[in-house]
Each structure stands twice: as C-alpha cells, then as structure tokens.
Design a protein around this ligand. Structure first.
Ligand code: AP5
Ligand code: NA
Length: 345
C-alpha cells in the first residue's frame, strides 16, 4: 500500500461466528441429514453437532463469520490497521474473546454488540475430503439490533465510511439495519456491496434480499448462489452469464452507477458482469497437494477485492487481488493467512 487510507473507510455488518472445524466421516453428515456442500442454519436437531465435534473429532477453533472473514483478509492485505470497521453481535464469553483477539490481530476495528445471556455464535465446518459442509448456530449473532448502529459513536462510524459491505447471511438477522446502512450509502452516493452468501438466502429470504437489492452497487456470489437466485426468480436460463446480466439489470436506486455482478466459479474464471458485457478473469489452479481446504475461499476473494476497491483501484486489480487472496487462504486452514501478503498489482 502506498498512501495512508482514512481510518474506518470501510464498514461491514455480519454474524461474528467462531468456526469449529473438523474432519468427519460421511455418516456424521448422514446422521444430521446434511449434504457434503451444505451451508445451513442450525435447527434444534443440529445442536449436538458442536459438542460432538469438540469431544470426538479433534476440532479446530478458527475465527469465522463471512463478513468478518472478508474484512480480516482485507486488513491483512492493506497492512494499515483500522481501515475496516465491523459490527455484529456476540455473547460475553470465551468464544467472543477469541473472535475479538483474532479480528484485532488482523487490524480490524470491531464494535460488537454484546448480549450477556446468549452464547457467541458458532459454525460447524464439517470436512469430508475436499468438501465442507457448514451449519451455523447464530446464537448471539441473531440478536443484533438496529439500536447498536444508532449509538452516536457507531452512527458516526457509519456516516464517515466511504464503502459498505454486508452479507446476504445478515438478511436472516436484521434487515432493518441493512436498509439503514443502504440508505446512508445511497444518500451519500457511496458504494454499497452485498453478497448472495448461500443458496438458502435466495430460497427463503428473497423478500428482504429484493428490498435491499435496489441499493446494491456490487453483488458477489458463486455459481450455486447465482443459480439459486435465478430459480427463485423463475428465470428460464441456467446460464451463469445470463443470470449475471439479469441481476445487474434489476431495479436500481442510483441508475447513474449501474450495478456490477462478480460471480466466482471455483477454479474456473471469475465473471465480471456490467450491463451487457461479461469479462473473464482466470484463476491460477492450485495443485492438489497445495490445497489445505477451500473453506473461506469466497470470503477471502471478497476481502482481497475490498482491499483494492477502497484504494480506488480498477475492477481489474480488485478481482486479481480477490483471486490472490482466495488462493492464499486455500493453502491455509479455514479462512486464515500466513506470512506477509505478496499481491502485486
Ligand atoms: P464458506 O462457504 O466455506 O466460504 P466461502 O468463503 O463462501 O468459500 P467457498 O469455498 O464456499 O467458496 P465459494 O464457493 O464462495 O467460492 P468459489 O469456490 O467460487 O464459508 C466460510 C465461512 O462462512 C465460515 O467461516 C462461516 O463462519 C461462515 N458462515 C457460514 N454460515 C454463516 C452465516 N449464516 N452467517 C455468517 N457467516 C456464516 O471460489 C472463490 C475463489 O476462490 C475463486 O474465484 C478462486 O479465486 C479461488 N479458488 C477456488 N477454488 C480454487 C482452486 N481449486 N484453485 C485455485 N483457486 C481457487
Ligand atoms: Na482455507
């Protein structure tokens, strides 16, 4: 990074979750009626998973939560602390301390809302070979309320930011907060970025997603998420490029800044869709022996992208840094990094 950035230039909201990650046999998934690449919210029947992982499967504890992951990665690449501010809700417990420690170590400026009597959220990361299945128990994260953003010091942080990023996952928690941040971004003509996050968001939370979408300048997603959105909209074509074009053409509050869609497809090229144009950005394939796990790849992609976007870099540079960051965390457990960032523009 060359010049110094404004502190708090980027604000994000999401679910702060501690990931409990372990390699499990296939019948572990079957026992809980889960599939190899799920991303679901825990129901009552899933609650024993977390204890079982800790007791029987040498589980690792890793800082997680989609937006927090992305902002930690952005901070790592920027090498200047407190560029990014994160809001989310945690309990008052050991897990919250671990999350805060990891976030701060990355340079992220966290402003958690704290709910005393509710445990900090966790996400089971069930690894079977090269697949990973996620089961999030939001717990405290689900208790985020808009009054946290209305506290004067937090409101000032939101007002002073220049860029805003919220996950689709947060739609299950507090749409009014999303709409408030979106409206602030709109009033100040500042970019508002969102993520489709998981197929279940389009399947079950389409109404709040559609309410936020007119404010969204850049929408991120992977193949499965884009397909789920298209299906929920009953669009005829399953072609990713077509889906992207339709997505960017949907209603937008600020038509002077047309929406952009950025769709990742694993080791296949990233698609950048703007109006009628689709550009491809190749991904450098990793050899099998270099891959530790792909958990957090999508989040890291966004983190790398944001690290350049807040510096006003071109979309081309932003996407290449996204691919760099994703490639790096794939070589590390969960959404973690090692050493100094080595991205060159
Ligand atoms: P998870 O879904 O695992 O992370 P992700 O960031 O979405 O990563 P994926 O591996 O699913 O990647 P993707 O499919 O999005 O992207 P793609 O494969 O296209 O979730 C992790 C976190 O989610 C956890 O920490 C958890 O806490 C959190 N979470 C779960 N539920 C939540 C909830 N309800 N609320 C909040 N948080 C929640 O790849 C993206 C890029 O990676 C590519 O463009 C490329 O650059 C790179 N890449 C991918 N594969 C390869 C490859 N083989 N070789 C080289 N590069 C590759
Ligand atoms: Na990883």
């Amino acid at each position: 990074m060359t010049s110094t950035l404004q502190e708090g230039i980027l604000v994000g909201c999401g679910n702060p979750l501690l990931d409990i990650s372990a390699v499990v046999p296939l019948n572990f998934l079957q026992k809980y009626s889960m599939n190899e690449d799920d991303a679901i919210l825990a129901e009552d029947r899933h609650m024993p998973i977390y204890g079982e992982l800790v007791e029987g499967y040498q589980a690792e504890f890793l800082a997680g939560g989609s937006v927090q992951n992305s902002l930690r990665i952005a901070q790592w690449i920027l090498r200047q602390p407190r560029v990014a501010v994160f809001f989310g809700c945690v309990g008052e417990d050991r897990y919250a301390n671990i999350l805060k420690e990891k976030a701060q170590a990355a340079g992220l400026d966290v402003h958690y809302q704290v709910k005393k009597d509710v445990p900090t959220g966790t996400c089971a990361v069930l690894i079977t070979g090269t697949h990973r299945s996620l089961c999030a128990n939001l717990a405290a994260a689900n208790n985020f309320t808009i009054d946290h953003l209305e506290e004067p010091s937090n409101k000032a942080l939101v007002d002073n930011a220049q860029y805003y990023y919220i996950s689709g996952f947060f739609l299950t928690v507090n749409p009014p907060s999303i709409m408030q941040v979106a409206a602030t971004a709109h009033a100040k003509q500042r970019p508002f970025l969102m993520n489709l996050s998981a197929p279940f968001i389009s399947q079950f939370y389409m109404a709040p997603l559609l309410a936020a979408l007119p404010y969204v300048d850049i929408i991120f997603g992977n193949e499965a998420e884009a397909q789920a959105f298209a299906e929920a909209q009953q669009w005829p074509s399953g072609d990713l490029r077509e889906i992207g074009k339709r997505l960017v053409a949907m209603e937008k509050k600020n038509p002077t800044r047309p929406r952009i869609a950025i769709l990742t497809q694993g080791c296949d090229p990233v698609l950048l869709i703007q109006q009628d144009s689709v550009q491809e950005f190749p991904v450098t394939k990793l050899a099998v022996h270099e891959i530790v796990d792909t958990n957090g790849a999508g989040d890291a992609f966004v983190g790398g992208f944001l690290s350049q976007f807040v510096q006003g870099k071109s979309l081309d540079v932003c996407i290449r840094c996204g691919n760099y960051a994703a490639g790096h965390i794939i070589k590390n457990p969960g959404c973690t990094y090692s050493g100094e960032p080595e991205f060159v523009e």
